[in-house]
Design a protein around this ligand. Structure first.
Ligand SMILES: CC(=O)N[C@H]1[C@@H](OP(=O)(O)OP(=O)(O)OC[C@H]2O[C@@H](n3ccc(=O)[nH]c3=O)[C@H](O)[C@@H]2O)O[C@H](CO)[C@@H](O)[C@@H]1O
Ligand SMILES: C=C(OP(=O)(O)O)C(=O)O
Length: 416
């Protein structure tokens, strides 16, 4: 199994390009199920999660063509609205086929994605929304089975803000009969990117980016071309990596407009951050100040950046309180960071991080995607060698990680 070897201590400097966003590409590729016409997506990141989703779509009868960052999908021959457990188990986002399949085929059988390292992650809100739109939905033998002659527009209210829940219901509503209103909708930029793609395909959607989204269903959607937005979490991860090493980097193909809460914290930590039109520059001080934070739905601080900021705080000056309010079990990285010498105390959903003068390299284990990213950030600043095991988690969400880090001067190598 692949491992990542990082020799800490190199100051990151230089320029790299940010890839398309995993969490925008996944729902947007599923949107291709909604039309019988070909759709083309550009800036699609090369990630294991994308490969898994494309394989899932292919076994449903979707024709998939891929050249570099361009993916062409043709769902005209879609004939198998099923997402089997074997393909779904590695990736929760596969639940995003549910809404489009029910809307287009009137039927879907999608394996429950199951729990994972960061929490239980049920899909009850996705199911509740489809039921409100008239679908008969049951869970049998680990599969969500939904049928309906045609979905009907409805007023939907989710119990909590759910990103993929909002996306699934917005896609379903695009082909429903009449108007759907999603209240308490997620405001994440990836929801807006999906809405923009659906509108390019002929959907009638307003309010994406606010907490009330209105969708007037249409008879059919058509083909389109859509460019995937930049990955704000990949962007934030490289900003953290540069910050802990006292570095100076320029990230291109991205924008600070999706990252206000993260950039605010980096500036509080003492970094200078300059926003350009399609790039961000960061220059870090020799030692960062500790920054407390609380995760919450967008536009607040993203849970997907919490682990990287725990690593940053581990070597900062002072004490940081980190509160995780989205997932009940998203502190798995803390024990691994402790192996590198971090001083972290967990109390319920709060981590108290007392910055230390130095971390020391060790062998650590990646437990989920962003936990792994936090170990990379810590490994870059730790003295000596850090070996990160189970890096298949990183390959789910970071395109050409070693290459990009090496381009910034990091000493990093993948071991087979
Ligand atoms: C592919 C993708 O876009 N993944 C992102 C998405 O995940 P995902 O969409 O799965 O996360 P949600 O926004 O749905 O989860 C928010 C909270 O709601 C709960 N919940 C959600 C749905 C539901 O039916 N019932 C329920 O109880 C979850 O367990 C969690 O506690 O948003 C998360 C929160 O920003 C991010 O960490 C993930 O990176
Ligand atoms: C939790 C994440 O992804 P997923 O929802 O695909 O598990 C993430 O991107 O940090």
């Amino acid at each position: 199994m692949d491992r990542l070897l990082i020799e800490g201590g190199a100051r990151l400097a230089g320029e790299i390009a940010i890839s398309g966003a995993k969490n925008a590409a996944l729902p947007i590729l599923c949107a291709a199920l909604l039309t019988a016409e070909p759709v083309t997506f550009t800036n699609v990141p090369r990630l294991n999660d994308i490969d898994t989703l494309l394989a899932l779509l292919a076994q449903m009868g979707v024709r998939v063509k891929r050249e570099a960052d361009v993916v062409m999908l043709d769902a005209s021959a879609l004939d198998n609205p099923v997402a089997p457990y074997e393909m779904v188990k590695t990736m929760r986002a596969s639940i995003l086929v549910l809404g489009p399949l029910v809307a287009r085929c009137g039927e879907a059988r999608v394996s429950l994605p199951g729990g994972c390292a960061i929490g239980a992650r049920p899909v009850d809100q996705h199911i509740k929304g489809l039921q409100a739109m008239g679908a008969a939905v049951g869970v049998e033998h680990g599969y969500v089975h939904a049928t309906v002659p045609r979905l009907k527009g409805a007023r939907l209210f989710t119990d909590m803000v759910t990103v993929t829940g909002t996306e699934n219901l917005m896609m379903a509503a695009a082909l429903a009969d009449g108007e759907t209103v999603i209240e308490n909708a997620a405001r994440e930029p990836e929801v807006v990117d999906l809405a923009n793609c659906l509108v390019a395909m002929g959907a009638q959607i307003s309010g994406a980016g606010s907490d009330v989204i209105r969708i007037r269903g249409v008879e059919r959607l058509h083909g389109a071309t859509h460019r995937i937005m930049p990955d704000r979490i990949e962007t934030g991860t490289y900003l953290c990596a540069a910050a802990v090493t006292g570095g100076s980097v320029r990230l291109t193909g991205t924008s600070s407009c999706y990252l206000d809460a993260v950039i605010d914290k980096l500036m509080d930590a003492g970094c200078e951050v300059v926003s350009e039109r399609d790039a961000i520059r960061l220059t870090a001080p020799a030692r960062l100040n500790a920054v407390s934070l609380r995760t919450a739905p967008y536009p607040a601080f993203p849970t997907d950046m919490q682990a990287q900021f725990m690593a940053l705080n581990a070597v900062a000056k002072g004490v940081a309180m980190i509160r995780e309010t989205i997932f009940e079990n998203r502190f798995m990285h803390a024990v691994e960071l402790q192996r590198l010498g971090a001083d972290i105390r967990i109390d319920g959903n709060t981590a108290v991080v007392q910055g230390v003068d130095r971390l020391q390299g060790a062998t650590v284990m990646a437990t989920d995607l962003r936990a792994s990213a936090s170990l990379v950030v810590a490994g870059l600043v730790a003295e000596g060698d850090t070996t990160i095991e189970r890096i298949y988690h990183l390959d789910r969400g970071y395109e050409r990680l070693e290459e990009k880090l090496a381009a910034l001067g990091a000493r990093v190598r993948r071991l087979g």
